[in-house]
Design a binder for this molecule. Structure first.
Ligand code: NDP
Length: 230
């Protein structure tokens, strides 16, 4: 159709949980969705289901802890308009007792991977004059409420990346962080208070903000929350 721009969104860890629901929500908004999945077959199931329901999706093999995997996606898909850094991992215990391997992996998945993706995708967004970056963080990344193990400090790092990237990018590229609440996923467990659809709502909203929308903020339930207290 002449005059209609179809935006492309990459959602990391979109093969299940909150990421899957953000991917489905963005497809309903008419975006072409790249279903980021480190295991291709589970991503293919979600992409096929989105396509069956009239949306537009394809799988992108992406392990966010692997810099060559990020570089590969950046080279095959240079025109990503919306980046949702959703993939995450939760570890347990004391930060000071974690194995070095666990510490390195949690930092890579929750912090460095999102930063490398932002660095890879945002120059194109800035050049084209449109970009939306959503960092799926957590209330456990707020400084007065840090979560267990390396999880809390890596989500605080993701929050800091959000503030810094927003300040370095033009207003046409909006960078925001969000907390989905406590959500019934593999990470959140069966007792959590929210459905994955409810957890995804703020992410879909931030990924489709109008040009007048905020940047450099932290949100839950579409409302600004505090970097200190969550
Ligand atoms: P899940 O455990 O259900 O899903 C995690 C997703 O991240 C999976 O798709 C998983 O892929 C993916 N992932 C993990 N490591 C990598 C990697 N190295 N490369 C690519 N993908 C990876 O968690 P949720 O859906 O609950 O969590 C989504 C986000 O929401 C996370 O960032 C989490 O921290 C955040 N969050 C969740 C809360 C909750 O209550 N559930 C609360 C606050 C924040 P795979 O299937 O291959 O393992």
């Amino acid at each position: 159709m002449v005059g209609v721009t179809v935006r492309t969104a990459l959602v990391t860890g979109a093969n299940r949980g909150i990421g899957e629901q953000i991917a489905r929500g963005l497809a309903k908004h008419g975006l072409h969705v790249l279903v980021g999945s480190r295991e291709r077959s589970s991503g293919d199931n979600i992409a096929a289901s989105i396509n069956d329901q009239g949306g537009s999706a394809e799988t992108v093999a992406l392990d966010v802890s692997d810099r060559s995997s990020i570089a590969s996606v950046a080279s095959t898909h240079p025109e990503i308009d919306v980046l949702v850094n959703n993939a995450g991992m939760l570890d347990e215990g004391r930060l000071l007792d974690l194995s070095e391997d666990t510490l390195a992996m949690t930092t890579a998945v929750n912090g460095l991977g999102p930063l490398f993706l932002i660095r890879a995708m945002s120059p194109g967004m800035a050049k084209r004059g449109y970009g939306r970056i959503v960092n799926v963080s957590s209330g456990w990344g707020a400084l007065n409420n840090l979560g267990p193990g390396a999880y809390g400090v890596t989500k605080a790092y993701l929050n800091a990346i959000t503030i810094k990237a927003a300040s370095e990018l033009p207003n046409s590229v909006k960078v925001n962080a969000m907390c989905p609440g406590w959500v019934r996923t593999r990470m959140g467990g069966p007792s959590a208070s929210r459905s994955p659809e409810e957890g995804a709502d703020t992410g879909v909203w931030l990924a489709t903000l109008p040009d007048t929308g905020p940047t450099g903020g932290f949100f839950r339930d579409r409302q600004a929350i505090s970097w200190m207290d969550g």
